[in-house]
Design a binder for this molecule. Structure first.
Ligand code: KIV
Ligand code: ZN
Length: 524
């Protein structure tokens, strides 16, 4: 049977505006981008270039560094947005650059957000697509809030933007309103009424949000109805309740090929778990234990009846072989006796491409960890690398921390930090703080030294690997007074040290944040 290949369009890197609190820095985005390429996603939307210098830099760098996938930049139907997006994706070259323009089309958005009538929306959409087309061949248009747009008008918009040169029209369920049957009917209607969708000259895409927990179901229903691109994210991260989870979309199509028939996608499923962990670490958004495919419990069988069944025949209670999505594929753990070459080789195997000084820093922490733990697992290494990549320009570094705590003592932390004076020199500063508990005391000491005052809004700790000597990874969100939540991450076998590292990471991010561009607020 001739297969119908669907395009997997990944928006995991579209953070900041879209996914508050999950913003990744450039080095984190690059690592995730490399992993997305390794798992063979077709398109990476690397950001919204006009939004900030940081977003522009991320799209531009990913377009230059990441080979394989098409690289897309998001833009409103505003000339400045489109020109900046065109500049950002340029390094990907003629065959791999896409501009993704969007404009809201639903009645509620037209009337209350944009104050524009249908004909004006049509004109702006066509102008936006034409301008994008003058820069790149591959243009995608999204009628924002498409699922709540009057179907007749949506058909008109699709016809107009395709005539103007759009090669993909993406129908977003922006607010997670759709239900599968209804959404499939809408996609089916567009497929039937726009000749270019039927002929394959233009592709229907879908981009579903998860407000009612239906993002994956809606995406799959749309595929059955004629959509040939699915927009999704690793772990389902994204604005509010998130977007369709890529791993669920991909594994549904692969596992239920009896139902999806001729539909296939090019994703290398064995990379799914690795991608999930990397994204979780880089974004600071933890994966729920019972999350399908990538949650810790996704293949754990607690009930005796299930265990018995799985032992007799795995398929009695498992519809996916965990190894097919990358569970249990880690290599033999390293030990403190492993040398630099073994470590570098393992880092490459895990998909990291690090500068020499980063490998050196990872090696130093690996040796310290190796002294504390018998075995250093791939997950431990990924956490150490995560710490290293997460390092924003390090104005402050942890030198040491010593904590005095107990049920008859005021918890006190003594912290020594290194403050960068220039490329080579550091100033060493030490202070102490007391608090409600040892973590609070450590953070107070850091506040005194760095002259910041952060309020801890979220705090989560997770064991990275198994056993009593497991590395603990702390993920936090801090408010430094301007209502923006700054994420921070840190890992150590000592959870107070991991907390201090995470907090310093947030302090450094706060001190080195790129400010948004002025155009951010402008609407077309
Ligand atoms: O949800 C949405 O409408 C979007 C568009 C920009 C595609 O993210
Ligand atoms: Zn969206």
């Amino acid at each position: 049977m001739k297969k119908n290949r669907i395009t997997i369009f990944d928006t995991t890197l579209r953070d900041g505006e879209q996914c508050p609190g999950a913003s990744m820095n450039l080095r984190e985005k690059l690592q995730v981008g490399r992993q997305l390429a390794r798992m063979k996603v077709d398109v990476i939307e690397a950001g919204f270039p006009v939004i900030s210098d940081g977003d522009f830099e991320a799209v531009h760098t990913i377009a230059r560094e990441i080979k394989g996938p098409v690289i897309a930049g998001l833009a409103r139907c505003v000339p400045k947005d489109i020109e900046v997006a065109a500049e950002a994706v340029k390094p990907a070259g003629k065959t791999r650059s896409r501009i993704h323009v969007f404009l809201a089309t639903s009645k509620i958005h037209r009337e209350f957000k944009l104050g524009k009538a249908q004909d004006e929306i049509l004109r702006l959409a066509v102008n936006g697509v034409e301008l994008a087309k003058s820069h790149v061949k591959d243009v995608e248009f999204s009628p924002e809030d498409g699922s709540r747009t009057e179907p007749d008008f949506l058909v008109e918009v699709c016809k107009a933007v395709v005539a103007a040169g759009a090669t993909t029209v993406n129908i977003p369920d922006t607010v997670g309103w759709a239900v599968p049957e209804e959404f499939a009917a809408l996609i089916g209607r567009l497929h039937d009424e726009v000749p270019e969708f039927r002929s394959g000259k233009a592709v229907i895409s879908v981009h579903c949000h998860n407000d009612l927990g239906l993002a994956v179901a809606n995406s799959l229903a749309a595929v059955r109805a004629g959509a040939r691109q699915v927009e999704c994210t690793i772990n389902g991260i994204g604005e509010r309740a998130g977007n369709a989870a890529m791993e669920e979309v991909v594994m549904s199509i692969k596992t239920r090929n009896d139902y999806f028939g001729d539909i296939e996608c090019g994703i290398n499923a064995k990379e799914i778990v690795r991608s999930s962990r990397l994204v979780s670490r880089m974004s600071g958004l933890l994966v729920q234990r019972s999350k399908a495919i990538v949650g810790e419990n996704a293949f754990a069988h607690a009930s005796g009846i299930h265990q018995d069944g799985v032992i007799k025949k795995r398929e009695t209670y498992e519809i996916i072989n965990p190894e097919d999505v990358g569970w249990g594929l880690s290599e033999l753990p390293l030990t403190k006796h492993s040398g630099r070459a073994a470590l570098s080789q393992r880092l490459r195997h895990l998909g990291f491409k690090l500068a020499e000084q980063d490998v050196e820093a990872v090696f130093t922490r690996f040796k310290v960890l190796g002294d504390k733990k018998k075995f250093v697992y791939d997950d431990d290494l990924t956490a150490i690398v995560g710490d290293q990549i997460t390092l924003v320009p390090e104005t402050w570094q942890l030198d040491y921390i010593s904590v005095c705590s107990g049920n008859h003592t005021v918890p006190t932390a003594t912290v020594k930090l290194k403050k960068r004076k220039n490329a080579k020199e550091f100033e060493h500063l030490q202070d102490a703080g007391t608090g409600d508990g040892p973590v609070d005391a450590a953070l107070k000491a850091i506040d005194r030294l760095t002259k910041t005052s952060g309020k801890l809004i979220e705090y989560a700790i997770q064991a990275v690997s198994h056993g009593k000597d497991a590395l603990g990874e702390v993920t936090i969100k801090v408010n430094f007074g301007d209502d923006e939540l700054v994420p921070g991450k840190g890992a150590s076998t000592d959870i107070i040290e991991a907390s201090a590292r995470a907090y310093l990471n947030a302090v450094n991010r706060f001190l080195n944040t790129t400010k948004p561009r002025d155009e951010r607020a402008a609407q077309p």
